[in-house]
Design a protein around this ligand. Structure first.
Ligand code: SF4
Ligand code: SF4
Length: 205
C-alpha cells in the first residue's frame, strides 16, 4: 500500500499512517459533517495515498471538517484522518489554493487562539472585534464586516453571548501550554512533519 503514495508530500503524511488505510469507511460513517462534504474523509485519505493532491486540495470537505477527531478515534488502522484534514488545509494555504472565503476561516482561528492566549478564556466581544477588523483589513468587505450584528440582541437574550468576559486566574499555565505546542510544532517542522497542533499556524486540533 505504501508504494501508492507517490507525491513529494509522502513524508509529511507518513506520520499520519495514511498508507495503512484499507478503505473500510468507518471514518466517514462517524463524521458529523459528512453530509455537507463534497468528498468523504475516506475518499480524501485515498487521494492522499495516490498522491492526488491536486484533487484533494480543491475539495471543500477539508474546510467543512470541524476537527472533532471522531474519524481518528474510530479508525481500526490508527490512521490520523483528522490530521490529514489539518495537513491538507495547511497545504492548501501554503500553495495558494485556499479561497478568500477560506482565508477568513484561518483569520478566525488565529483571532480565537490569540484571545485564549491573552485571557486564558474566550472573551467574545474582543474576539469578534479582532476577527472582523483583521478580516476587513484583508478584504475590505463591509457587508461581511457587519454580517451577524443583528443576531446579537437575540443571542444576548438567550444568554448565548456575553458582553463581559472573564479571564483565567493563572494565565501563566496557558502561556506554558502555548509555548509547549510551539516547541512541538517547531520540532515537527524540523523533521519534515506537519505542525498539526500549532496554535501559531491557526490549527485547531
Ligand atoms: S477508518 Fe481508517 S482504515 Fe477505515 S477508511 Fe477511514 S482512514 Fe481508512
Ligand atoms: S475530524 Fe473532521 S473529518 Fe474527522 S470526523 Fe471530525 S469533522 Fe469529520
Amino acid at each position: 500500500m505504501s508504494k501508492q503514495i507517490v507525491s513529494a508530500e509522502a513524508g509529511v503524511f507518513g506520520r499520519l499512517h495514511v498508507a495503512d488505510c484499507y478503505q473500510c469507511g468507518k471514518c466517514s460513517a462517524g463524521c458529523p459533517v459528512a453530509e455537507q462534504m463534497d468528498m468523504l474523509p475516506n475518499q480524501l485519505v485515498r487521494l492522499v495515498q495516490m498522491g492526488r493532491f491536486d484533487r484533494a486540495l480543491k475539495s471543500e470537505a477539508i474546510w467543512k471538517c470541524v476537527s472533532c477527531m471522531t474519524c481518528s478515534t474510530r479508525c481500526p488502522k490508527s490512521v490520523d484522518c483528522a490530521g490529514v484534514m489539518d495537513a491538507l488545509r495547511e497545504l492548501a494555504v501554503k500553495q495558494g489554493k485556499a479561497s478568500k472565503k477560506r482565508l477568513r476561516t484561518l483569520l478566525f482561528q488565529q483571532a480565537f487562539l490569540d484571545n485564549i492566549r491573552r485571557n486564558g478564556r474566550l472573551r467574545e466581544v474582543e474576539l469578534i472585534g479582532e476577527f472582523k477588523t483583521r478580516a476587513f483589513l484583508k478584504d475590505s468587505n463591509i457587508s461581511l464586516m457587519l454580517s451577524g450584528a443583528m443576531l446579537a440582541p437575540a443571542l444576548l437574550k438567550r444568554k448565548k453571548f456575553h458582553l463581559v468576559g472573564e479571564r483565567a486566574k493563572d494565565r501563566a499555565v496557558v502561556a506554558r501550554i502555548f509555548e509547549k505546542c510551539n516547541r512541538l510544532a517547531g520540532a515537527s517542522s524540523a523533521n519534515g512533519r506537519p505542525p498539526a497542533a500549532s496554535p501559531e499556524n491557526g490549527q485547531h486540533r
